[in-house]
Design a protein around this ligand. Structure first.
Ligand code: PLP
Length: 362
Protein backbone atom coordinates (compact mmCIF):
# COMPACT_ATOMS: atom_id res chain seq x y z
CA UNK A 1 0.00 0.00 0.00
CA UNK A 2 1.16 3.52 -0.72
CA UNK A 3 1.46 5.86 2.27
CA UNK A 4 -1.16 8.16 0.69
CA UNK A 5 -3.81 5.45 1.10
CA UNK A 6 -3.16 4.94 4.82
CA UNK A 7 -6.04 5.93 7.14
CA UNK A 8 -4.96 8.66 9.56
CA UNK A 9 -3.79 9.41 12.17
CA UNK A 10 -1.02 6.81 11.91
CA UNK A 11 2.45 6.28 13.36
CA UNK A 12 4.84 5.79 10.45
CA UNK A 13 8.38 4.48 10.77
CA UNK A 14 10.91 5.20 8.04
CA UNK A 15 12.87 1.95 7.78
CA UNK A 16 15.91 3.49 6.08
CA UNK A 17 16.35 6.02 8.89
CA UNK A 18 15.62 3.46 11.61
CA UNK A 19 18.25 1.09 10.20
CA UNK A 20 20.81 3.88 10.00
CA UNK A 21 20.12 4.90 13.62
CA UNK A 22 20.46 1.31 14.86
CA UNK A 23 23.72 0.84 12.94
CA UNK A 24 25.16 4.14 14.18
CA UNK A 25 24.53 3.33 17.85
CA UNK A 26 26.12 -0.08 17.38
CA UNK A 27 29.28 1.64 16.10
CA UNK A 28 29.13 4.16 18.90
CA UNK A 29 29.02 1.49 21.63
CA UNK A 30 31.80 -0.48 19.94
CA UNK A 31 34.07 2.53 19.58
CA UNK A 32 33.45 3.54 23.21
CA UNK A 33 34.19 -0.02 24.35
CA UNK A 34 30.89 -0.66 26.18
CA UNK A 35 27.96 -3.03 25.76
CA UNK A 36 24.70 -1.62 24.41
CA UNK A 37 21.51 -2.37 26.35
CA UNK A 38 18.97 -0.18 24.53
CA UNK A 39 15.94 1.20 26.33
CA UNK A 40 12.98 -0.23 24.41
CA UNK A 41 10.35 1.96 26.08
CA UNK A 42 10.83 4.32 23.13
CA UNK A 43 9.38 1.88 20.60
CA UNK A 44 7.83 -0.93 22.72
CA UNK A 45 8.15 -3.04 19.61
CA UNK A 46 9.59 -6.56 19.35
CA UNK A 47 10.58 -6.18 15.70
CA UNK A 48 12.69 -3.11 16.45
CA UNK A 49 14.30 -4.77 19.47
CA UNK A 50 15.24 -7.70 17.24
CA UNK A 51 16.98 -5.27 14.89
CA UNK A 52 18.86 -3.86 17.88
CA UNK A 53 19.80 -7.36 19.05
CA UNK A 54 20.95 -8.31 15.55
CA UNK A 55 23.10 -5.17 15.71
CA UNK A 56 24.88 -6.44 18.81
CA UNK A 57 22.70 -5.20 21.69
CA UNK A 58 23.33 -7.28 24.80
CA UNK A 59 20.09 -7.35 26.71
CA UNK A 60 17.41 -4.66 26.77
CA UNK A 61 16.12 -2.05 29.20
CA UNK A 62 12.41 -1.56 29.91
CA UNK A 63 10.42 0.93 31.98
CA UNK A 64 7.29 -1.13 32.69
CA UNK A 65 6.51 -4.69 33.66
CA UNK A 66 4.12 -4.96 30.70
CA UNK A 67 7.05 -4.22 28.38
CA UNK A 68 9.17 -6.75 30.25
CA UNK A 69 6.45 -9.39 29.79
CA UNK A 70 5.95 -8.65 26.10
CA UNK A 71 9.67 -8.88 25.38
CA UNK A 72 10.12 -11.95 27.58
CA UNK A 73 7.28 -13.64 25.65
CA UNK A 74 9.14 -12.79 22.44
CA UNK A 75 12.30 -14.54 23.63
CA UNK A 76 14.31 -11.67 25.14
CA UNK A 77 15.90 -13.26 28.17
CA UNK A 78 18.11 -10.51 29.62
CA UNK A 79 16.01 -7.54 30.71
CA UNK A 80 16.70 -4.63 33.06
CA UNK A 81 13.64 -2.93 34.52
CA UNK A 82 15.21 0.52 34.96
CA UNK A 83 12.48 1.98 37.13
CA UNK A 84 12.34 2.05 40.93
CA UNK A 85 10.76 -1.15 42.21
CA UNK A 86 6.97 -0.89 42.69
CA UNK A 87 6.39 -2.97 45.84
CA UNK A 88 2.72 -3.67 45.02
CA UNK A 89 3.85 -5.48 41.87
CA UNK A 90 6.29 -7.90 43.47
CA UNK A 91 4.32 -10.97 42.39
CA UNK A 92 4.68 -9.91 38.71
CA UNK A 93 8.38 -9.31 39.26
CA UNK A 94 8.77 -12.79 40.73
CA UNK A 95 6.92 -14.37 37.83
CA UNK A 96 9.13 -12.61 35.29
CA UNK A 97 12.32 -13.33 37.20
CA UNK A 98 11.43 -17.02 37.18
CA UNK A 99 11.69 -17.16 33.38
CA UNK A 100 14.22 -14.49 32.29
CA UNK A 101 17.29 -12.81 33.75
CA UNK A 102 15.45 -9.77 35.11
CA UNK A 103 17.40 -6.89 36.63
CA UNK A 104 15.38 -4.79 39.06
CA UNK A 105 16.28 -1.29 40.22
CA UNK A 106 16.27 0.17 43.72
CA UNK A 107 17.31 3.38 45.41
CA UNK A 108 15.98 2.77 48.92
CA UNK A 109 16.32 0.40 51.84
CA UNK A 110 12.56 -0.18 51.73
CA UNK A 111 12.81 -1.59 48.21
CA UNK A 112 15.71 -3.87 49.19
CA UNK A 113 13.72 -5.12 52.16
CA UNK A 114 10.67 -5.79 49.95
CA UNK A 115 12.81 -7.84 47.58
CA UNK A 116 14.61 -9.68 50.39
CA UNK A 117 11.29 -10.56 52.06
CA UNK A 118 10.45 -12.89 49.16
CA UNK A 119 13.57 -15.01 49.63
CA UNK A 120 14.08 -14.97 45.85
CA UNK A 121 17.46 -14.44 44.15
CA UNK A 122 16.83 -11.17 42.31
CA UNK A 123 19.48 -9.35 40.28
CA UNK A 124 19.45 -5.83 41.69
CA UNK A 125 20.75 -2.55 40.26
CA UNK A 126 21.33 0.45 42.49
CA UNK A 127 20.27 3.71 40.84
CA UNK A 128 22.39 6.81 41.40
CA UNK A 129 21.41 10.43 40.70
CA UNK A 130 24.02 12.10 38.49
CA UNK A 131 22.30 15.49 38.39
CA UNK A 132 18.80 14.84 37.01
CA UNK A 133 17.31 14.92 40.54
CA UNK A 134 14.60 12.43 39.65
CA UNK A 135 15.24 8.97 41.12
CA UNK A 136 18.53 7.57 42.45
CA UNK A 137 20.62 7.92 45.60
CA UNK A 138 22.82 10.94 46.19
CA UNK A 139 26.25 9.81 44.93
CA UNK A 140 27.95 11.55 47.85
CA UNK A 141 25.54 10.57 50.62
CA UNK A 142 25.54 7.62 53.01
CA UNK A 143 22.34 5.96 51.79
CA UNK A 144 23.88 4.68 48.57
CA UNK A 145 26.73 3.00 50.44
CA UNK A 146 24.32 1.51 52.96
CA UNK A 147 22.04 0.09 50.22
CA UNK A 148 25.02 -1.33 48.33
CA UNK A 149 26.25 -2.93 51.55
CA UNK A 150 22.82 -4.48 52.21
CA UNK A 151 22.69 -5.90 48.70
CA UNK A 152 26.19 -7.31 49.14
CA UNK A 153 25.39 -8.83 52.55
CA UNK A 154 22.09 -10.37 51.46
CA UNK A 155 22.18 -14.16 51.19
CA UNK A 156 19.66 -14.18 48.33
CA UNK A 157 19.92 -10.91 46.43
CA UNK A 158 22.64 -10.40 43.84
CA UNK A 159 24.13 -6.94 43.51
CA UNK A 160 24.21 -6.42 39.76
CA UNK A 161 25.84 -2.99 39.61
CA UNK A 162 25.14 0.73 39.56
CA UNK A 163 23.19 2.69 36.98
CA UNK A 164 22.40 6.30 36.23
CA UNK A 165 20.55 8.37 33.61
CA UNK A 166 21.44 11.97 32.78
CA UNK A 167 17.89 13.17 32.09
CA UNK A 168 19.04 16.75 32.73
CA UNK A 169 20.83 16.61 29.36
CA UNK A 170 17.38 17.35 27.91
CA UNK A 171 17.76 20.95 29.06
CA UNK A 172 20.64 21.54 26.62
CA UNK A 173 20.21 23.54 23.45
CA UNK A 174 22.07 23.03 20.16
CA UNK A 175 24.74 20.85 21.71
CA UNK A 176 25.85 23.44 24.22
CA UNK A 177 26.98 21.85 27.46
CA UNK A 178 26.06 18.35 26.28
CA UNK A 179 29.62 17.01 26.35
CA UNK A 180 30.02 18.30 29.90
CA UNK A 181 26.82 16.58 31.09
CA UNK A 182 27.90 13.34 29.39
CA UNK A 183 31.21 13.50 31.25
CA UNK A 184 29.41 14.39 34.50
CA UNK A 185 27.18 11.31 34.03
CA UNK A 186 30.26 9.09 33.56
CA UNK A 187 32.43 10.65 36.25
CA UNK A 188 29.65 10.64 38.87
CA UNK A 189 28.76 6.98 38.51
CA UNK A 190 32.39 5.85 38.21
CA UNK A 191 33.33 7.80 41.36
CA UNK A 192 30.35 6.31 43.19
CA UNK A 193 31.32 2.78 42.10
CA UNK A 194 34.82 3.45 43.46
CA UNK A 195 33.40 4.62 46.79
CA UNK A 196 31.39 1.40 47.04
CA UNK A 197 34.49 -0.66 46.18
CA UNK A 198 36.52 1.21 48.79
CA UNK A 199 33.88 0.10 51.31
CA UNK A 200 34.66 -3.50 50.43
CA UNK A 201 31.76 -4.20 48.04
CA UNK A 202 32.64 -5.31 44.55
CA UNK A 203 30.87 -3.53 41.68
CA UNK A 204 31.10 -5.33 38.37
CA UNK A 205 28.76 -3.35 36.18
CA UNK A 206 28.42 0.37 35.66
CA UNK A 207 25.57 1.52 33.39
CA UNK A 208 24.87 4.99 31.95
CA UNK A 209 22.90 6.45 29.19
CA UNK A 210 20.53 8.77 27.44
CA UNK A 211 20.32 9.57 23.76
CA UNK A 212 21.69 13.12 24.14
CA UNK A 213 24.66 12.14 26.32
CA UNK A 214 25.53 9.10 24.19
CA UNK A 215 25.56 11.30 21.09
CA UNK A 216 28.13 13.61 22.66
CA UNK A 217 30.24 11.46 24.98
CA UNK A 218 33.89 10.96 24.00
CA UNK A 219 35.10 8.64 26.73
CA UNK A 220 33.37 5.98 28.82
CA UNK A 221 36.29 4.79 30.94
CA UNK A 222 35.00 2.86 33.95
CA UNK A 223 31.59 2.24 32.38
CA UNK A 224 30.49 -1.21 31.17
CA UNK A 225 27.22 -0.51 29.31
CA UNK A 226 25.10 2.24 27.77
CA UNK A 227 21.28 2.39 27.72
CA UNK A 228 20.08 5.00 25.18
CA UNK A 229 16.56 4.47 23.84
CA UNK A 230 15.23 7.44 21.90
CA UNK A 231 18.01 7.19 19.28
CA UNK A 232 16.06 4.66 17.20
CA UNK A 233 13.56 7.36 16.24
CA UNK A 234 14.93 10.68 17.53
CA UNK A 235 12.38 13.53 17.39
CA UNK A 236 12.06 17.29 17.24
CA UNK A 237 13.41 17.63 20.78
CA UNK A 238 16.64 15.87 19.85
CA UNK A 239 17.13 18.33 16.98
CA UNK A 240 16.82 21.25 19.41
CA UNK A 241 19.16 19.65 21.95
CA UNK A 242 21.65 19.12 19.14
CA UNK A 243 21.87 15.33 19.33
CA UNK A 244 20.27 14.63 15.93
CA UNK A 245 19.26 16.28 12.66
CA UNK A 246 15.79 16.21 11.12
CA UNK A 247 17.19 13.67 8.64
CA UNK A 248 17.87 11.29 11.59
CA UNK A 249 14.22 11.26 12.70
CA UNK A 250 12.47 7.99 11.86
CA UNK A 251 9.00 8.42 13.38
CA UNK A 252 6.33 10.66 11.91
CA UNK A 253 2.65 10.93 12.63
CA UNK A 254 0.70 11.09 9.41
CA UNK A 255 -2.44 13.20 9.70
CA UNK A 256 -5.14 14.79 7.55
CA UNK A 257 -6.50 18.33 7.62
CA UNK A 258 -10.19 17.92 8.54
CA UNK A 259 -11.36 21.50 9.02
CA UNK A 260 -10.44 24.93 7.68
CA UNK A 261 -12.60 28.01 7.46
CA UNK A 262 -11.81 29.93 4.24
CA UNK A 263 -10.10 33.21 5.11
CA UNK A 264 -8.93 31.92 8.49
CA UNK A 265 -5.26 31.46 9.34
CA UNK A 266 -5.79 28.19 11.16
CA UNK A 267 -6.60 24.62 10.20
CA UNK A 268 -7.45 21.50 12.18
CA UNK A 269 -6.02 18.02 11.66
CA UNK A 270 -6.81 14.61 13.13
CA UNK A 271 -3.62 14.34 15.22
CA UNK A 272 -4.42 15.62 18.72
CA UNK A 273 -3.02 14.86 22.13
CA UNK A 274 -3.81 11.17 21.73
CA UNK A 275 -1.60 10.96 18.65
CA UNK A 276 1.26 13.30 19.54
CA UNK A 277 1.01 13.56 23.34
CA UNK A 278 0.81 17.05 24.80
CA UNK A 279 4.47 17.14 25.67
CA UNK A 280 6.74 19.92 24.50
CA UNK A 281 9.74 17.64 24.88
CA UNK A 282 10.99 16.11 28.16
CA UNK A 283 12.26 19.50 29.31
CA UNK A 284 9.82 21.67 27.37
CA UNK A 285 12.35 22.65 24.71
CA UNK A 286 9.89 22.59 21.81
CA UNK A 287 8.11 25.89 21.18
CA UNK A 288 5.18 24.25 19.33
CA UNK A 289 3.08 21.10 19.78
CA UNK A 290 4.59 19.46 16.70
CA UNK A 291 6.36 20.44 13.51
CA UNK A 292 5.07 19.68 10.03
CA UNK A 293 7.35 18.69 7.15
CA UNK A 294 7.04 20.88 4.09
CA UNK A 295 9.01 18.28 2.09
CA UNK A 296 9.60 14.92 3.75
CA UNK A 297 12.00 13.76 1.02
CA UNK A 298 14.16 16.85 1.48
CA UNK A 299 13.77 16.58 5.29
CA UNK A 300 12.69 20.18 5.62
CA UNK A 301 10.19 21.49 8.15
CA UNK A 302 7.51 24.02 7.31
CA UNK A 303 8.29 27.41 8.81
CA UNK A 304 4.66 28.52 8.59
CA UNK A 305 2.38 25.54 9.25
CA UNK A 306 2.93 24.07 12.71
CA UNK A 307 0.79 22.69 15.52
CA UNK A 308 -0.12 25.37 18.04
CA UNK A 309 -2.52 23.52 20.34
CA UNK A 310 -3.89 20.04 20.83
CA UNK A 311 -7.07 18.74 22.36
CA UNK A 312 -7.83 15.05 22.68
CA UNK A 313 -8.31 14.35 18.96
CA UNK A 314 -7.99 17.80 17.33
CA UNK A 315 -4.65 19.24 16.31
CA UNK A 316 -4.84 22.98 15.66
CA UNK A 317 -2.38 24.26 13.07
CA UNK A 318 -1.19 27.72 12.22
CA UNK A 319 -1.64 28.03 8.46
CA UNK A 320 -4.43 27.91 5.89
CA UNK A 321 -4.52 24.32 4.68
CA UNK A 322 -7.25 22.81 2.52
CA UNK A 323 -9.39 20.06 4.00
CA UNK A 324 -7.95 16.73 2.87
CA UNK A 325 -4.32 17.89 2.90
CA UNK A 326 -2.13 15.09 4.25
CA UNK A 327 0.60 16.03 6.71
CA UNK A 328 3.68 14.34 8.08
CA UNK A 329 4.29 15.58 11.59
CA UNK A 330 7.56 15.34 13.48
CA UNK A 331 6.56 14.76 17.11
CA UNK A 332 8.19 16.68 19.93
CA UNK A 333 8.83 13.45 21.84
CA UNK A 334 8.74 10.23 19.85
CA UNK A 335 8.53 7.93 22.91
CA UNK A 336 5.33 9.65 24.05
CA UNK A 337 3.81 9.81 20.55
CA UNK A 338 4.56 6.14 19.85
CA UNK A 339 2.82 5.16 23.07
CA UNK A 340 -0.38 6.70 21.69
CA UNK A 341 -0.64 4.03 18.99
CA UNK A 342 -1.05 0.28 18.91
CA UNK A 343 0.96 -0.30 15.72
CA UNK A 344 3.56 1.19 13.43
CA UNK A 345 3.21 1.36 9.69
CA UNK A 346 6.70 0.80 8.37
CA UNK A 347 7.72 2.42 5.09
CA UNK A 348 10.51 2.19 2.56
CA UNK A 349 10.23 5.46 0.78
CA UNK A 350 6.46 5.86 0.53
CA UNK A 351 5.55 2.18 0.30
CA UNK A 352 4.20 0.47 3.41
CA UNK A 353 6.18 -2.72 3.84
CA UNK A 354 5.15 -3.91 7.31
CA UNK A 355 2.91 -3.36 10.33
CA UNK A 356 4.50 -3.86 13.74
CA UNK A 357 2.56 -4.01 17.04
CA UNK A 358 3.34 -1.60 19.90
CA UNK A 359 3.14 -3.16 23.40
CA UNK A 360 1.91 -0.19 25.32
CA UNK A 361 -0.09 -1.68 28.21
CA UNK A 362 1.14 -1.03 31.73
C1 PLP B 1 16.58 5.05 33.46
C2 PLP B 1 16.66 5.40 32.02
N1 PLP B 1 17.66 4.89 31.27
C3 PLP B 1 17.77 5.18 29.95
C4 PLP B 1 16.88 6.01 29.32
C5 PLP B 1 17.05 6.30 27.84
O1 PLP B 1 17.24 7.65 27.59
P1 PLP B 1 16.84 8.32 26.19
O2 PLP B 1 15.36 8.22 26.08
O3 PLP B 1 17.34 9.71 26.27
O4 PLP B 1 17.53 7.54 25.13
C6 PLP B 1 15.83 6.57 30.07
C7 PLP B 1 14.86 7.48 29.46
O5 PLP B 1 14.11 8.18 30.09
C8 PLP B 1 15.71 6.25 31.44
O6 PLP B 1 14.72 6.74 32.20
Amino acid sequence: MHLDALPTPAAVVDLDVLEANVARQKERAASLGVALRPHVKTHKCVEIARMQRDAGARGITVSTLAEARAFADAGFDDITWAFPLIPSRLSEVRELASRVRLGVTVDSKEAVEALASTGDAFHVWLEVDCGDHRAGVDPEGDLGLAVAQELHDSAELRFEGVLTHAGHAYACRFGQGLGEIAEQERATIVAFADRVRDAGVSVERVSVGSTPTMSAVRDLTGVTEMRPGNYVFHDYTQTVIGSADVADCALTVVATVVSHRPGDGISVCDAGGLALSKEQGPSGVAPTMGRVYDDYGAKTLDEEAMLTSLSQEHGVLRGALAVGTRLRILPNHSCMAAACFDRYHVVRGEEIVAEWPIHRAR
